[in-house]
Structure formats: C-alpha cells, structure tokens
Design a protein around this ligand. Structure first.
Ligand code: PLP
Length: 476
C-alpha cells in the first residue's frame, strides 16, 4: 500500500485545514498576542525521535492546537502593533495554497511559461497601482520581479551596481580589496551592511550618511562630502541607498536629492521602501514616490503592509541589463530554444537562487480580490488610526511624539525618561492584550506602535491608548 495521500484523503484533510484556519481567525482576538513560551518549552513537548510509521493527519492538527499554538506570537492579531506588520489575507493564503498545489518550479520561462508571464504582468500591474515611473515596467528596458525579501533585493541591487561600475569585471575578478563604496544613512536597515558582507565588500565599505535630528532623513550635503572625500582618495562610489520609511521611525530620505548626487558620480541608487512603498496605492500618499524617476532600482514589500503572505518583495529595475550581466550564467543543461532566442525573461537571472516558487499567484489573488479601491482603503484606514493615536499622544502632557508619523507608525515616549518608557512597554506586552516594540531615537528609548493588521479596527487602537494611559503610572 502506498503511503501517499490520495486525492480523496487530501480533499478531506484539506477541508479540515481550511476550517482550522478559518476558526483561528475567528478566535484570534481571544488569544494572547505575544507567545508565553520560554526557551525550549516547545521542543520539550515534541517526541525526541521521528516516527517510524506514518501517522494520521489529524494528529498533526491536534499537536498544532496542543503544542504549537502556545509558541506562536499572533502576527495577525488585531492588537499586534510590533515591528512592522506582516499581512496575511484570505485571497493571499488561497493563492499561496494554489501555488503549493501546482508545485511548479519557475526558474526559466520554459519550466512553466505562465509562472513567468503572470509574474511579469502582476509586477507591471503593481507598478501601475503604485503609480511608480513607467521606466520600471517590463515593456521597456526595465521590469519587476518578486524577490524573497527586501534584503535579497538590496543584495541584487548591489551586484547590479557593481557590474555597472566595474564595466562587468567584478563577476570575473571579484571586488578586489577596498575599491568600492556604498552610502546609506545611519537609519538604514541592517540588510545593506549584510549585502556588503555577502558581496565581499565587507562592512567597512559602508559610509554612513548623517541624518537630520528632527526628520531622521539622510542629509544630502553629507552624502556629497562623503563621496567627494572618497573620490579624492581614488575610491569608486558604487551604490547609494535611500530609504523611504525607515524601520525605526518611517523617516523618508530625500530620494530626489540623493539620487541626483549619485548620478553625478555614476553610482547606482537603490530605494528601499520595504514597508512604506505600498502606501502609494492611495493617491494622496504618493509623496512616497518622489524622485523615483531618478533611481535605478526600487523595492517594496507586499508581504509587510499589502495583504500578501510572506514572502513577497516587489523589486524593479529601470534597466535590467546590469542585473542580468551580474547574475546570468547559462549552463548547458538549462539551455532551451526560448532562452536561446532571447524571446523570454528567465527569472533565475534576477535573484540569488535558481529555483523559485510561483509567488505571483498570491499577489495576483490579492490585487484581483481587493482591486485598487480595496487596497487603498486598507492602507488609508491604518493611516487614519495612526494619526488619531498621534493626536491623543500629543494631547497628553506625560508623553511626547519622538518622530514624524506620515504613515501608520507612531513613535513616542514618556517625558519622564527611558526607564519608565521601557517599563510601560513591558507592562503592555506582559498583559497579553497588545504587543509593541521599541527603538532608540536620538539616544532615547522610544516606543513604536505600528498599525497595520487587516484585523485592526479603531476600537483596538483606542483600547491600546486606554491601556497605555492607565499603565503610565508616572508621577509627572
Ligand atoms: C523590514 C525592512 C527590511 C527587511 O525586510 P525583509 O523583506 O524581511 O528582508 C528592509 N528595509 C526596511 C526599510 C525594512 O523596514
């Protein structure tokens, strides 16, 4: 007898799984947001040895409830305000399931033409929905691809930049020692430094651009100074990274000015808008797109704030030439007529791995289910809630806002100092009723409330504010 699950069994267990997920969303609000697990407590409940004989699928669902759930922090909980959101949604979960069901591997156009063509098309759609410049669409020299993460996108942008700056030498000769420089603000995500390490430039290749202490945005004048000094020393500026919506506070770098300086020196500009970029589905928030007509690559994460389950980072280049130059290697066993004729895009040349899942299906499901209006409403609702929260904070003398809050992240602290601010966060998180995280802004501990779960309603934000007020037992 075969151990494989028959289509009949799959149908039955599949329904149980879908029911489990639907029930989970119905009871989500009753669960403590933050997992109470202590280190090792989940593993201690798992059998030390793998099973010798197969088990019924029902046993897995039982252990999901009995063991796993207690070790979950509920990212889709309406009172999850930590980090940035990682939106899941019904259409996305189902689209992802369909991709799993097809089980296709879309490394080349020829290995599943629809996987490539749908991805190209959906990325063009998303570019249109965000109203980013037409040069990123696939009908010209540019185009989009779904990357695993914003971090991968930064690495790939760096490799394309190195290709362009070296005239194609780095692929063969490597990066040498210490020739190339990368510029990013002190608030830039750690993935940029990581990309430099992976690419062999090392952390020392990164030059930190100072930020304005009020806006926390990169200072173009300082970029200009850093580049001038490096050029005078005979070094090559290869990449300038601008962030739209920093991880700490959603600060927005002046992309237009930074990109103009990069251009003067032939350096590549990559814009990391991991969290904030998708806000542009709402026309009134398209200030996040300012300056994109000057940059070489752009990325934003539908897997953060646009309802598409991890992983789904949209990455666009204005010119795919340097990207393909950096990453394309065609071994004999992958050769095929469509590739040889140059008639198709082969996405294996656009990212680090060879293989790729059919991730476009879940993004396609989301864009079609919600439509432009539904997506804009999703973003708008969170921005409105954040602005309301910021107003409540501004109106309470015990608190101060720590940074501008143009989108749906609000950063604030108790005026009485770091220790009470941290104690407030710990008390909220220990209650299980909400989860928020902290950062440090201008040397001071600051709490972050990131509003972005599709489940979050105004009442969840007002309940959080009541809890903050009552726990802020601050003498003044
Ligand atoms: C979250 C974030 C990242 C990292 O995102 P991944 O997709 O998990 O790699 C990078 N940059 C910024 C600005 C972010 O907020």
């Amino acid at each position: 007898m075969s151990a494989h699950m028959t289509p009949e069994e799959f149908r039955r267990h599949g329904r149980e799984v879908i029911d489990w997920i639907a029930d989970y969303y119905e009871r989500l609000e009753q669960l403590p947001v933050l997992s109470p697990a202590t280190p090792g407590s989940i593993r201690a409940q798992l059998p030390p040895e793998p099973p010798q004989q197969g088990e019924p699928f029902g046993a897995i669902l039982r252990d999901l409830d009995g063991i796993v759930l207690e070790g979950m922090t509920h990212w889709q909980h309406p009172s999850f305000f930590a980090y940035f959101p990682a939106n899941a949604s019904g259409p996305s979960i189902l689209g992802d399931l369909l991709a799993s069901g097809l089980g296709a591997q879309g490394m080349l156009w020829s290995t599943s033409p629809a996987a490539t063509e749908l991805e190209t098309h959906v990325l063009d759609w998303l570019a249109a929905l965000l109203d980013i410049p037409a040069r990123f669409r696939s009908d010209g020299a540019g185009g989009g691809v779904i990357q695993h993460s914003a971090s991968d996108s930064a690495l790939v942008a760096l490799l394309a930049a190195l290709h362009r700056a070296s005239g194609g030498r780095t692929e063969h000769e490597g990066v040498g020692s210490g020739q190339y420089r990368v510029y990013a603000s002190t608030q830039t995500h750690s993935s940029i430094e990581k990309a430099c390490r992976i690419a062999g430039l090392g952390s020392n290749a990164v030059r930190a651009i100072d930020v304005d202490p009020q806006t926390l945005a990169a200072r173009p004048a300082h970029l200009r100074e850093l580049i001038a000094a490096d050029v005078a020393a005979g070094l090559t500026p290869v990449l300038v990274v601008a962030t739209v919506g920093t991880t700490s506070t959603t600060a927005i770098d002046p992309v237009r000015e930074l990109a103009a300086i990069a251009r003067e020196h032939g350096a590549w500009t990559h814009v990391d808008a991991a969290y904030a970029g998708v806000a542009a589905v709402a026309p009134e928030l398209r200030f996040v797109n300012d300056g994109l007509e000057l940059v070489d690559s752009y990325s934003t994460n539908p897997h953060k704030w646009l309802l598409t389950n991890f992983d789904c980072t949209a990455f666009w280049v204005a010119d795919r030439g340097p990207l393909l130059g950096a990453l394309s290697i065609l071994p004999e066993y992958l050769r095929n007529p469509a590739t040889d004729a140059g008639a198709v895009l082969d996405y294996r040349d656009w990212h680090v791995p060879l293989g790729r899942r059919f991730r476009a299906l879940k993004l396609w499901s989301v864009l079609r289910w919600y439509g432009a209006e539904g997506l804009a409403e999703h973003i708008r609702g969170h921005v409105a809630m954040a602005q309301q929260l910021a107003q409540w904070i501004a109106d309470d003398d015990r608190f101060e806002l720590a940074a501008p809050h143009p989108l749906s992240l609000v950063c604030f602290r108790l005026r009485s100092g770091d220790a009470p601010t941290r104690a407030l966060m710990d008390a909220i998180n220990a209650s299980g009723r909400a989860f928020l995280t902290h950062t440090v802004v201008n040397g001071r501990v600051t709490l972050r409330v990131a509003i972005g779960s599709p489940q979050t309603q105004v009442e969840h934000v007002s309940r959080l504010w009541s809890q903050i007020q009552s726990l802020a037992t601050d003498p003044g």
